[in-house]
Design a protein around this ligand. Structure first.
Ligand code: PMP
Length: 301
């Protein structure tokens, strides 16, 4: 029996057999969409919100989803259960499917669907205690009127270029600015700054993905009694903030302690970020769609 089952178009296959045609338009043109979802202690975190975003992305690029929402939800839950995994990252990919070599999406009769579930840690655990050093990069966020960052499309070249710049600067993440110079987001995460007890994050129109973790963090911060403002800010505001942190499904909530060589606050994760992270961790293990693995059943009995 394979160690990992991958859902591929109505079948569960081993990693070795999870293969897609080179004529798939996701491969040829980045024509498709994806989601990253997290499972914490057997709870799929905010699955409905992720699926809402996936279906919004599909609508925006006129991609026909081969499953109803209910069917797709069941596929995701079943893939987690089949892999017997309680803490994981779920990658959902829907590409336009197989066509000919031309661009024409109408020559792709059926979308390809892939669901991969596996453990994930993008940053070493220690960094959640010490905080990240990041830089801002020359690569700009693509303009919302060109390819909207709100569409979680397979076209991530913009974000990949950011990671190349980060790598060249010897750091593991970086911030993009938009075409007007306002801070937009990281390569795969949203950004928050805190100043005088107020949380700020760029509004959608600045050019950022509508992050599910971002929304959860806004809710948690408000529950903790903080004021949260969605308004544009510049690099200067980041440099002089009391605290800075990033949010994302993969990154979770991670403090930033240095930006472009400027030390943020005292150079260690700040008290507000720590408070928020604690509440975030409490919340992720207690809410969400429950999956039923053998391990979960053993724990109940
Ligand atoms: N921005 C970008 C560009 C991303 O790829 C991600 C990861 N999905 C995020 C922000 C964070 O969004 P979420 O919290 O929904 O994972």
């Amino acid at each position: 029996m394979p160690e990992q089952w991958i859902f591929l178009n109505d079948e569960y296959v081993s990693k070795e057999n999870a293969k897609i045609s080179v004529y798939d338009h996701g491969f040829l043109y980045g024509d498709g969409i994806f989601e990253g979802i997290r499972v914490y202690s057997g709870n799929i975190f905010r699955m409905e919100e992720h699926m809402d975003r996936l279906y919004r992305s599909a609508k925006s690029i006129m991609l026909n989803m081969p499953y109803s929402r209910e069917e797709f939800n069941n596929i995701i839950v079943k893939t987690v259960e089949k892999n017997e995994i309680e803490d994981a990252y779920i990658r959902v990919v829907v590409s336009r499917g197989v066509g000919d070599l031309g661009l024409d999406p109408y020559k792709c009769p059926k979308a390809n669907v892939v669901v991969i579930v596996e453990p994930l840690a993008i940053f070493p655990k220690k960094l959640y205690e010490t905080g990240l050093e990041i830089v801002t990069v020359a690569t700009r966020r693509n303009r919302p009127d060109v390819l909207s960052p709100k569409v979680k499309s397979l076209n991530y070249l913009n974000n990949v270029l950011v990671r190349i710049e980060a790598h060249l600067a010897n750091v593991s993440e970086a911030l993009m600015l938009n075409d007007q110079g306002y801070v937009a987001e990281g390569s795969a995460d949203n950004v928050f700054i805190i100043r005088d007890n107020v949380f700020y994050t760029p509004p959608g129109y600045v050019g950022a993905l509508e992050g599910i973790t971002r929304n959860a963090v806004i809710e948690i911060a408000k529950d903790l009694g903080y004021e949260v403002k969605e308004e544009p800010f510049t690099r200067h505001d980041v440099y002089v903030a009391d605290e800075v942190f990033l949010t994302g499904t993969a990154a979770e909530v991670i403090a930033v302690v240095k930006v472009d060589g400027r030390t943020i606050g005292d150079g260690v994760p700040g008290i507000h970020t720590k408070k928020l992270l604690e509440k975030f961790r409490e919340r992720v293990v207690s809410e969400g769609v429950k999956v039923f693995t053998k391990k979960a059943a053993e724990n109940v009995s």
